[in-house]
Design a protein around this ligand. Structure first.
Ligand code: ADP
Ligand code: MG
Length: 650
């Protein structure tokens, strides 16, 4: 039997280093945090080979008393907390007293430091955890820490270091986070002797965002600010035309510390839902400030994750703030050739990403001749002339005070017996008339909605629309002309209407006289039956029918142009689509998209004047008429002035 033995401090430190120090960037992060904690107003960073050879951080902070230098590199030695109780009121970035000990264990480290009171400074050198005696040295007030040859004595770790370029990327990221979290501090960064960033103190981080990510993004930020019960949220989110393939550009700072939080990331995604192409991630730079007691930062060795006392409230605060902001902001797709030129990828994660994608798309849609004539620029889209639609009653999913509850309501299923439609207008579902788009496309009735919401004035003038190529509607407006994607717009309108109905438990379904058996594979049948409740909220009623057969007894009235089997197959595709178990809320949303897409007029459908009329009239009923549910724009606007300019009339 092996005997139990106490590990030596050196082994303990190596183990701790394994947790905290993954690569040069982790060292840089710890050193920067110490400098910020020391109250530095200026921090100079120099790196060699991305930090794998040298990481030097010099600050003008409070310094370390000469006698205490050996303690600074001892494990579990800190000046930041005294007792366990202090853990719940930490205002500093560090408190574990482990970083310097860990770093010193796996590198050659030199600390030079001087406090304001001392006449001279002191220097301490540690090689692989073994310290030489401290010696006096002349140096300015503050601390300089130099870390060379990281992992020189831990070959396994050393092997995991990547190219200087990769390590540099991570190091810049570490600096970015600290510099965004602490705009009051002057930071500089030089690499291999070359100055890369000089960031003087700034009142707003917009300037720092520009320095790290370029003006293009910085100019398209939406400022947000709100507070609730001692918790404040402030910062910037990007216009939805900017997006990324990953969540990497979602910067979230809690009391000056960069954190990752899945719930808050989710809230962010929810806020942008429908404004962005599916699969894309929004960009944000948001600061949360709250009393230290409301959060436990001691749950993760590098403190990247924290535990909130009331994460539900933060979720609501974030989602509510952004939704309110977006409702009052014109997020209409913009694009100009001049800005497109500068719209290169900002991150390295996705060269095909972002705004250029949107502009390219728009160009494609408008025809190649236009795009190829370099003299023709895309006009800047100007404010839409019709005021944004404001629902008389708040949309249920958008309920700003209680976004959380609203989603829970969906999740728990607002299933209602769908024997026949609920709305008074249900019986004349097939009838044509004003407000009915077309019985051939979909039996969608807007009469009920019309009763509540009289169409905005002045619409009559808009009705002389021209349909081109069976896909676009060209409309003269007061400021110029508008090119509308008929499918995208109709899809958006239907999506919002269906969503409202589903959330109200009032989705019209059509009961089949003879339920239709649909043959599926075993996996498909299981998936469908498992989600029977969710499907019921969408008006799709199914039962097991033995084996792999599922019986459809009712399905959404507006999908009358499809067979029940087609509808079920589409749904099953969505259920099994992602390869993962989707959350109920996401699932419902996907199915709403699917239904809206199927029910909407197609790209390529010839529309009658009445249909065009109905579509344009209903346009103003959509809360976000500028984007289809997938986030594509529904319309492009060309101002008269722009046209005049293109034709050289002005
Ligand atoms: P922690 O930051 O968790 O306290 P560290 O190992 O990072 O632990 O640092 C140990 C101690 O060394 C700190 O508590 C602090 O007193 C001192 N120290 C480290 N870096 C600096 C610095 N740049 N300026 C002043 N004091 C520092
Ligand atoms: Mg520290």
């Amino acid at each position: 039997m092996p005997r139990i033995q106490q590990l030596t401090p050196s082994v303990v430190n190596k183990i701790a280093a394994g947790e905290v120090i993954e690569r040069p960037a982790s060292v840089l992060k710890e050193l920067l945090e110490n400098s910020v904690d020391a109250g530095a107003t200026r921090i100079d960073v120099s790196l060699e080979k991305g930090g794998s050879e040298v990481i030097r951080v010099a600050d003008n902070g409070c310094g370390i008393v000469a006698d205490e230098l050996p303690l600074a590199i001892a494990s579990h030695a800190t000046s930041k907390i005294r007792s366990a109780d202090d853990l719940f009121s930490v205002r500093t970035l560090g408190f574990r007293g482990e970083a310097l000990a860990s770093i010193a264990e796996v590198s050659r480290l030199v600390i030079r430091s001087r406090t304001a009171e001392a006449d001279s400074g002191a220097e301490l050198e540690v090689v692989g955890g073994v310290a030489n005696p401290a010696a006096p040295i002349g140096c300015p007030i503050g601390t300089t820490i130099e870390v060379r040859n990281l992992f020189f004595n831990t070959p396994v770790r050393h092997k995991f270091m990547r190219s200087a370029q990769t390590e540099m990327g991570h190091s810049v990221e570490a600096l970015t986070r600290l510099a965004l979290a602490h705009p009051q501090v002057h930071f500089t960064l030089s690499h291999n002797g070359r100055m890369m960033h000089d960031l003087p103190p700034v009142p707003s981080i917009r300037g720092r965002i520009a320095a790290f990510f370029g003006d293009e993004l910085a100019n398209d930020l939406i400022e947000v600010h709100s507070s609730n019960d001692g918790v404040s949220l402030s910062g910037f989110v990007a216009n939805p035309m900017h997006s990324r393939a990953t969540a990497r550009m979602q910067y979230l700072f809690l009391n000056g510390r960069a954190i990752r939080d899945r719930a808050l990331q989710h809230a962010l995604g929810e806020a942008y839902r429908g404004l962005m192409l599916t699969g894309r991630q929004p960009i944000c730079f948001l600061r949360l400030e709250m009393p230290a007691e409301l959060v436990d930062v001691n749950v993760h060795p590098t403190k990247q994750e924290v535990r909130f006392q009331d994460s539900g409230r933060l979720y609501s605060l974030l989602l509510g703030t952004l939704r309110t902001k977006f409702l009052s902001t014109d997020l209409q797709a913009r694009g100009s050739a001049s800005s497109a030129a500068g719209m290169g990828p900002i991150g390295t994660d996705d060269a095909s990403a972002g705004p250029s994608e949107l502009v390219n798309w728009a160009k494609e849609q408008l025809g190649r001749q236009v795009a190829q004539q370099s003299s023709i620029t895309f006009p800047q889209v100007t404010e839409s002339r019709v005021p944004p639609y404001r629902p008389h009653e708040p949309l249920r999913l958008h309920s700003l005070d209680e976004p959380r509850r609203a989603t829970v309501d969906v999740g728990s299923g607002v299933a209602r017996p769908n024997v026949g439609p609920a709305e008074p207008t249900a019986d004349d579902s097939g009838s044509a008339g004003s407000g009915t788009l077309s019985a051939t496309h979909a039996d969608v009735r807007f009469d009920a909605v019309h009763d509540r919401l009289p169409a905005p004035r002045g619409l009559a003038a808009m009705q002389n629309a021209l349909q081109v190529h069976d896909r676009y509607l060209v409309v003269e407006t007061e400021i110029g002309l508008e090119v509308i994607d008929q499918h995208a717009l109709h899809e958006r309108i239907l999506y919002e209407q269906i969503r409202e109905k589903v959330l109200a438990g009032a989705m019209e379904s059509q009961k089949l006289l003879v339920p239709e058996p649909v043959d599926l594979t075993a996996t498909e049948a299981a998936a469908a039956l498992e989600h029977a409740d969710v499907l019921a909220t969408l008006g799709v009623e199914i039962q097991p029918f033995g084996g792999e057969t599922v019986l459809v007894s009712s399905y959404p009235a507006m999908l009358a142009n499809l067979s029940p089997a087609e509808v079920l197959r589409e749904i099953v595709d969505k259920l099994l689509g992602g390869g993962r178990q989707p959350e109920t809320r996401d699932l419902i949303d996907e199915l709403l998209h699917m239904i809206a897409c199927k029910a909407a007029v197609k790209f390529g459908d010839r529309l009658s004047p009445e249909e065009i009329d109905a579509l344009l009239t209903q346009r103003h009923l959509a809360q976000d008429q500028h984007h289809c549910p997938h986030g594509r724009p529904t319309a492009l606007i060309f101002t008269r002035e722009d046209l005049d300019r293109q034709f050289k009339r002005i």
